[in-house]
Design a binder for this molecule. Structure first.
Ligand SMILES: [Ca+2]
Ligand SMILES: [Ca+2]
Ligand SMILES: [Ca+2]
Length: 249
């Protein structure tokens, strides 16, 4: 089957939400099935070998619970959760080719999505993990390494899919034997929605304009007034200008 055109991607280590962002992710929810691993083994695949009793061999993985092998490092990331994926990195010549985790997700072509994963390693730098993200088999961005050992760190990128589905994969390209153990948790793909996309459908258009005009005037409760885009506790001309500036049609 022909490979899809390369989607547009930017890659970054997340440093937390910044004030004044023109767009936010999450209005459509997480499109990744079981990205928290709280449902166990369902929803994803791996080119590594599943070893439910835990792993001493390179190139293996398990999820605890329900697998009895862990928890390896006594932690996971999901608030209120219990499960995560533990990985013993592959040290073969095929390490860079293997997908530690992958899943195909339905998306809207041409829209911007934010992909995120949290990772924890037993060592910092290249010997902890050396992750690469790939979309539809195309590796994008630079190599991701942990800055600290035994610390959950978030890594994100944005993608504009060209098709109606996209295969997201995470690879570990280090190829070393030890230390090379790490964990993954809270993997997500969310539609990036502009604040002026008041109905959260991924476009800023007449429907959003109608919502803004319908809310014209003072806000009933300042801070709980979505159409108040500039935060002055009223819906007025400046908010209209912001919406029109974000207009996608
Ligand atoms: Ca979890
Ligand atoms: Ca909209
Ligand atoms: Ca306003």
């Amino acid at each position: 089957m022909a490979r899809l055109p390369l989607p547009r991607v930017t890659l970054a280590l997340a440093v937390g939400a910044a004030c004044g962002l023109a767009a936010v992710a999450g209005a459509g929810g997480n499109l990744v099935v079981n990205g928290t691993f709280e449902s166990g083994l369902v929803g994803f695949s791996s080119d590594y070998v599943h070893t439910p009793q835990g792993n001493v061999d390179e190139g293996t993985w398990w999820v605890h619970p329900p697998d009895p092998g862990g928890p390896w490092f006594g932690t996971q990331h999901t608030p209120g959760g219990a499960a995560a994926m533990s990985v013993n990195g592959d040290d073969s010549s095929q390490a860079g080719q293997k997908r530690v985790w992958y899943q195909t997700v339905a998306v809207k072509p041409g829209k911007t999505y934010r992909f995120s994963t949290w990772a924890l390693a037993t060592a910092a730098g290249f010997s902890g993990y050396s992750l690469r993200f790939a979309f539809d088999g195309v590796v994008v961005g630079g190599t991701i390494v942990p800055t600290q050992a035994f610390t959950w760190e978030e890594f994100t990128t944005t993608i504009v899919p060209s098709g109606r589905t996209v295969e997201i994969s995470i690879k570990n390209v280090s190829g070393i034997t030890f230390p090379n153990d790490f964990m993954l948790d809270d993997i997500s793909l969310e539609l990036v929605v502009a604040a002026s996309d008041l109905n959260g459908d991924g476009t800023v258009d007449a429907a959003d304009l109608g919502i803004l005009l319908g809310a014209w005037g003072t806000c009933g409760a300042c801070g709980n007034c979505p159409a108040d885009l500039d935060g002055d506790c009223a819906v007025g001309p400046s908010d209209l200008g912001i919406l029109l500036g974000d207009w996608t049609g």
